[in-house]
Design a protein around this ligand. Structure first.
Ligand SMILES: Cc1cc2nc3c(=O)[nH]c(=O)nc-3n(C[C@H](O)[C@H](O)[C@H](O)COP(=O)(O)O)c2cc1C
Length: 347
């Protein structure tokens, strides 16, 4: 089909879909139950505090006008038992659907000119989070405007963080909004695995979230599977774990570890990492990667690197030390700066 016919047809499809689902539009806008009513002091720029779960290593940010994305966010939250925060526009969503369509079009056009519509949500820092889940409805093929503003305003604070995107739509895809997220947060790692539920898939929410989190190799509250992909590291009497990603490099590393522990003499480099020779080579799965504190990296196939700060390079991701998110935490585990011998073993 010719491209110029596809966009009007796509928009017609979602308008028809929305018109056919009055229940969706009759739902009162954004039920904030369970969320903090902390927008009163916005004029004074008081940062918001997420509603906390027991697993403080993950944060879910979402915006939602008719609750579809909110329900998806809550499903992820219930499986991870983690922190969650709703991003809200400064001016409440229009209740009238056509008025909302007009407003969204105007706001999306303004964003293209660099003018972001104001929001009433802000956060101080994201230091304690390894992973940040960012969810939004698709508007005219794009990320809904409140989330675009939030990412724009917090881009520097989100540098080095892993961001997992999820969205709901009538029928449109998520890929345009993935590109938007990458432009809005150029120094974050936008994960390639995303979750999109179109209106006909909302009923599969539970199972779709479970399999997505498995794909992301994220440990859920109900699924304490230690046999996952973990190894143990020890340095100067301190012992801690790391979760490996799944690739041929980590498979080969685990095969090596099954024959015995590996000792690596590591030194600081560039005030961002400790690096040491493995003494053998592993298969490489190099790709452009932005590191954060705790990331385990394979450099040129034979050097093992533990990052305590950010760097962008073409190398192989091996995994991440569990439960750390700051430079200080990683350096503390590794006994600060200076030479250290790190022992890798299977758990
Ligand atoms: C302003 C606006 C624009 C939309 N644009 C699209 C679109 O381009 N493609 C699509 O499939 N759905 C579109 N939709 C439908 C929403 O993406 C869909 O209903 C979504 O699940 C709403 O999420 P929410 O309930 O979290 O607000 C649009 C809805 C609105 C209000």
């Amino acid at each position: 089909m010719k491209r110029f016919l596809m966009l009007p047809l796509m928009l017609l499809t979602f308008i028809l879909l929305s018109a056919c689902s009055p229940a969706n539009e009759q739902t009162p806008a954004t039920d904030t139950s369970g969320q903090q009513e902390n927008h009163e002091g916005d004029e004074e720029n008081i940062p918001d505090i997420p509603t906390t779960g027991n697993n403080g290593q993950y944060l879910i940010l979402f915006c939602s006008r008719t609750n579809n994305t909110e329900r998806l966010a809550q499903q992820i939250q219930s499986q991870l038992d983690c922190d969650i925060l709703e991003v809200q526009p400064a001016q409440p969503y229009e209740e009238d659907y056509n008025a909302m369509l007009n407003r969204a079009q105007e706001e999306l056009a303004a964003i293209l000119q660099g003018n972001y519509p104001p929001i009433s949500t802000s956060m101080d820092n994201f230091d304690k989070y390894d992973f940040i889940f960012v969810g939004y409805p698709i508007w005219y093929g794009s990320m809904a405007t409140p989330m675009q503003t939030f990412l724009h305003e917090h881009a520097s604070k989100l540098a080095g963080k892993h961001i997992a995107l999820f969205a709901t739509s009538g029928s449109s895809g998520i890929s345009t909004s993935v590109n938007e997220a990458a432009k809005l947060c150029p120094e974050s790692e936008i994960l390639s695995s995303t979750l999109l539920l179109t209106s006909s898939q909302l009923s599969e929410m539970d199972s779709r979230v479970t399999s997505w989190l498995e794909q992301l190799n994220i440990q859920t509250a109900n699924n304490n599977n230690m046999e996952k992909n973990q190894i143990r590291l020890a340095a100067n009497g301190k012992s801690f774990t790391a979760t490996l990603v799944e690739n041929s490099s980590t498979e080969a590393l685990k095969a090596r570890l099954s024959q015995g522990n590996i000792n690596i003499q590591m030194n600081d480099y560039g005030d961002m990492e400790k690096v040491g020779s493995l003494g053998f080579s592993l298969p490489r799965n190099d790709q452009q990667t932005t590191t954060g504190p705790g990331d385990l990296i394979l450099y040129q196939g034979n050097s093992f690197v533990i990052y305590y700060d950010t760097n962008s390079w073409n190398f192989t991701r091996l995994g991440k030390i569990d439960g750390v998110s700051t430079r200080e935490q990683v350096l503390d585990l590794l006994d600060g700066k200076g030479e250290v011998t790190v022992t890798l073993s299977l758990k």
